[in-house]
Design a binder for this molecule. Structure first.
Ligand code: NAD
Length: 433
């Protein structure tokens, strides 16, 4: 099929590339011309394992195109996916400015009937708004049907998730449109769950909010474990063996971040509020998450008394491993506090430094060498569980002024750490002094 995808960020580009890989002819559209020029050469503007290779393959096979000209991108297409951002607005709701602009742009450029599919995460009722906006602005002879098709990929494993996802949710009030989208996705061989538009929109928010709840839950359990002398790792392993609970998203740490959970939990609270529901449970999830980052800075100050002028090594900046995404990364909040106390921060990350520099500017020294970061430092904080960090030679910590390691991601086995000459604090596990 001839498909276009609007927005070539973490979701749009992966959607376009994987749809082209299963045989469709895809045009990816973005307003950012610099990105478009890069992508035309097969260079991905984001870091996502396997993406560059798959892009180049499908460009070569003449199934994948890029343009910043929406009149070209929408003219011939049968199906148009919307994958632009829906960032957090000041009141916590999802900002639909980009979505609305795209809907009008599509309507004004369409020359034939089309199905418009929303991949972006949007509050309940948005797809109906998209339909209205398109109807208002399109040629009346052209028929447009709208489908909600929320995305569940995870940054860092997005390609794998697209080919091996657990469900594809298709919400539409048109049986025909839903069938077309099901057919498009057939080669992925992933179960399709069909429902109405509003339920599909809600599935996405309810899923993200539930996962965030699991994380805050185990983090709060970890905080209690530290007080009562239990080990949260064993607790979560013991819980996860129960298939009703499941072991995923039960890793204690310094909280969730990224471009989805923080904004989606708040958008769901906002949506609930519009309908006289306070969603107290989710409010607490957000509150627990907001406090979780302070745990390691509190521990650091408790151990060093003052960090004024001290060299603090930070290992890991991205909100999770295998991505360069710094949006709402917990590291930003931790580093902000370290700087407030006048620490000299040196930060290591294998991939995210360029994006981190855009936010942290010159306030922090950056390095791609773990050794350089921890050499003669007064403390090391671990904020992202990159493999490079998990597989570090523990002897390197002896190069610190004093081997104080505070691990916000529980990267190291406690048994192993007992034999090292390291003062080691982690989340919800007994300290090793
Ligand atoms: P992103 O910010 O990485 O990318 C958005 C892209 O849209 C940018 O390249 C931007 O230039 C482009 N854009 C904005 N306005 C445009 C316009 N009018 N025409 C063409 N292009 C335009 O966003 P993302 O992380 O890919 O997220 C997109 C949506 O998918 C959001 O609603 C998000 O909540 C949802 N989502 C994201 C993830 C994730 O892991 N990032 C996972 C599931 C769902």
């Amino acid at each position: 099929m001839k498909i276009s995808v609007v927005g070539t960020g973490y979701v749009g580009l992966v959607t376009g590339v994987t749809l082209s890989d299963i045989g469709h002819t895809v045009t990816c559209i973005d307003i950012d011309n610099e990105k478009i020029q890069k992508m035309k050469k097969g260079i991905s503007p984001i870091y996502e394992p396997g993406l560059d290779e798959l892009m180049s393959k499908n460009i070569k096979n003449k199934r994948l195109y890029f343009t910043n000209d929406s009149s070209e991108g929408f003219r011939e297409q049968e199906v148009i996916y919307i994958a632009v951002g829906t960032p957090e607005a000041d009141n916590g709701s999802a900002d639909l400015e980009f979505i609305e602009k795209v809907a009008i742009d599509i309507a004004k450029n369409l020359k034939k009937d089309a199905i418009v599919v929303t991949k972006s995460t949007v509050p309940v009722g948005t797809n109906e708004k998209i339909q209205e906006l398109i109807n208002l602005n399109k040629d009346s002879a052209i028929k447009v049907e709208v489908v909600s098709n929320p995305e569940f990929l995870k940054e860092g494993s997005a390609i794998n998730d697209s080919f091996n996802g657990e469900r594809i949710v298709v919400g539409s009030n048109s049986i025909r449109a839903a069938k077309v989208i099901e057919k498009i996705n057939e080669p992925f061989n992933i179960p399709v769950f069909k429902t109405d538009i509003r339920s599909a929109e809600m599935i996405k928010y309810a899923s993200n909010a539930f996962l965030a709840t699991k994380i805050s839950y185990i983090n709060e359990v970890a905080n209690i474990c530290s007080r009562v002398g239990a080990n949260v790792e064993d607790v979560s392993n013991g819980m996860g063996l129960d298939s009703r609970i499941g072991s995923e998203f039960l890793n204690a740490g310094i909280g969730y971040g990224g471009s989805c959970f923080p904004k989606d939990t708040k958008a769901l609270i906002h949506l609930a509020g519009l309908h006289n529901n306070n969603f107290d449970l989710l409010r607490e999830v957000v509150k627990v998450n907001n406090n979780q980052q302070s745990i390691i800075v509190d521990k650091l100050i408790d151990r060093l008394s003052s960090i004024n002028g001290k060299k603090i090594a930070v290992l890991g900046l991205s909100f999770k491993p295998n991505t360069d995404d710094m949006r709402d990364a917990p590291s930003l909040k931790v580093i902000e506090t370290l700087l407030k106390y006048n620490a000299n921060v040196i930060a290591y990350d294998p991939i995210a430094i360029n994006n981190a520099k855009k936010v942290l500017k010159h306030k922090v020294l950056f390095t791609e060498s773990i050794e350089e970061a921890i050499d003669k430092s007064d403390a090391t904080l671990i904020l992202t569980e990159w493999n490079e960090v998990k597989n570090i030679d523990l002897k390197l910590f002896s190069k610190m002024n004093y081997p104080l390691v505070i691990d916000g991601r529980n990267c190291f086995d406690l048994e192993k750490m007992r034999y090292e000459n390291i003062e080691y604090h982690s989340i919800g596990r007994p300290p090793i002094m």
